[in-house]
Ligand binder design. Structure first.
Ligand SMILES: Nc1nc2c(ncn2[C@@H]2O[C@H](COP(=O)(O)OP(=O)(O)OP(=O)(O)O)[C@@H](O)[C@H]2O)c(=O)[nH]1
Ligand SMILES: [Mg+2]
Length: 460
């Protein structure tokens, strides 16, 4: 597990709160102090810590409780939310099929560029993209060897020349070659030298100019803790850094410092490295990260409960009206799937609806559940605009979504068909037929009648 020590410290602070019989101002102040201590020990910058804990304390003391949520639960939620915000906005690396996306990896010597190049290549290859690696490191002895071995391991072509001296020319040639070959992702590895050597920054700028990357990714080593901030600033001043990849989170107690310092610079962290192996790369999602850090398990159930209560509150009559008028977006569908997930397996849910549960065969139910899961994954690969306006999804977008989600075009189309069906279905119910369940209850009922394509029962 990543950042073990920080996680344990935060977890124990929250546990203390949970065990307290009385949650008064003193208990809140004690919690805040413990969180401070934990973060400082993880090398998080003092000012950042103070800002964060001040917000937690203020909210914990002043916020009104939602109905059905206890004070302790509410405070845990605040800690979770504030820590998530603290680690920055979630951001994804966009790679589109049938376009050549070029990434340039930069960073100091030993930060983990080359390893991360291979990890990224493997990550995107697994998702169906055609990937190539360009070795533009003419500085480190054996750089090309190291990369071509990694390339072999991943099953990705590596362009380079161990005897070449001109990194800029090499980068340009490699990117051109792979673009000509219509590869969809080209990752350029560059040399790392000490920051004081202006040569590094100069070469980086020249390579960027020569290959015109879609994104420059700065690789930072988490083991140096909050000092990454200076590195990030130095690189940002020299070139247009698009995102950050923080490596070696597995091997340091200072990871909290590194992550928060980077987040404070405003540059999004898109991936983190959590080990030496090719698969030890994770897309960085602050909320998920914090949830894990706090030691999910009990927190997970708690957050679920809170979210449910809040979601119930959120579904105001106006929203229902919009739904009923047929203004159903894919985002609504996604939200509904999320809510459903919390209510337990589909089969249980179906049994709660009179006249359905018993008659739907187990096997079909299982397939339905699988399908819903896949639909969720597909929707996760769509952009916010696409979720709001599914009409945007033309063939090339469908192809991109299919790739991004590791599914296929037929499945994406199936989801869209299903969505169209739901829209019609809701309209139909809005005209006064059907029981007074939530929108999904209505959909479920409809599925048992065999109309929707994809899952539920079919007419035989
Ligand atoms: N534990 C751990 N080790 C890592 C991680 N990422 C990289 N490393 C190790 O860090 C060391 C340096 O990695 P490289 O990828 O060669 O670093 P580099 O930035 O390419 O180095 P130069 O090319 O010399 O500038 C290697 O021993 C890697 O195995 C990580 O996420 N976790
Ligand atoms: Mg290297």
């Amino acid at each position: 597990m990543v950042l073990n020590r920080l996680g344990r410290a935060l977890h124990s602070a929250l546990q203390k709160l949970t065990r307290a019989t009385h949650v008064d101002e003193r208990a809140i102040k004690e919690l805040v102090r413990e969180i401070q201590r934990a973060l400082l020990q993880a090398d998080v910058n003092v000012e950042l810590v103070l800002g964060l804990t001040r917000r937690i304390e203020k909210r914990a003391l002043e916020e009104k409780l939602s109905p059905g949520v206890g004070r302790k639960e509410h405070i845990i939620k605040i800690v979770y939310e504030e820590l998530s915000v603290f680690l920055g906005e979630p951001a994804q690396l966009q790679v589109e099929p049938r376009k050549s996306t070029v990434l340039l990896m930069v960073g100091l010597q030993g930060s983990g560029k080359t390893t991360s190049v291979a990890k990224l290549a493997a990550h995107f290859k697994k998702r169906g993209f055609k990937v190539g690696i360009v070795c533009a490191d003419t500085f480190r002895p054996g750089a090309y060897e190291q990369l071509s071995q990694l390339g072999q391991q991943v099953g990705v072509a590596v362009f380079g020349d161990p005897k070449a001296k001109d990194a800029i020319k090499l980068a340009k040639e490699g990117v051109k070659r792979f673009k000509d070959e219509r590869l969809e992702l080209v990752i350029v590895d560059s040399a790392g030298r000490h920051r004081k050597e202006e040569a590094l920054m100069k070469e980086m700028k020249q390579i960027a100019k020569a290959v015109q990357p879609d994104e420059v990714i700065l690789v930072l080593d988490a083991t140096i803790g909050q000092q990454v901030k200076e590195q990030a600033a130095a690189f940002k001043a020299a070139t247009n850094i698009g995102s950050i990849l923080v490596t070696k989170l597995d091997g340091t107690a200072k990871g909290g410092g590194a992550l928060s310092a980077v987040a404070a610079t405003g540059a999004p962290i898109k991936f983190v490295g959590v080990g030496e192996h090719i698969d030890d790369l994770e897309p960085f999602v602050p909320e998920r990260f914090v949830a894990r850090l706090l030691g999910m398990g009990d927190i997970e159930t708690l957050l679920k409960k809170i979210k449910e209560v809040t979601e119930e509150e959120k579904l105001k009559p106006a929203d229902v009206k919009a739904l009923m008028a047929g203004k159903l977006t894919l985002r609504d569908v996604y939200d509904q799937l999320e809510t459903m997930n919390k209510m337990g397996p589909l089969s249980k849910l179906m049994q709660m609806i009179p006249g359905i549960g018993v008659s739907v065969p187990e096997e079909q139910m299982r397939v339905g559940e699988e399908k819903l899961k896949r639909f969720k994954v597909i929707m996760q690969s769509m952009t916010p605009e696409e979720l709001e306006n599914p009409k945007l999804l033309n063939s090339s977008r469908i192809r991109r979504v299919a790739k991004g989600s590791g599914t296929n075009e037929a499945e994406v189309r199936e989801l869209l068909k299903q969505y169209e069906f739901m829209k019609r279905f809701i309209k139909m119910f809005a005209k006064g037929r059907g029981p007074k369940f939530g929108p999904w209850g209505k959909l479920m009922k409809g599925m048992s009648k065999g109309t929707p394509p994809g899952f539920g029962r079919r007419k035989s």
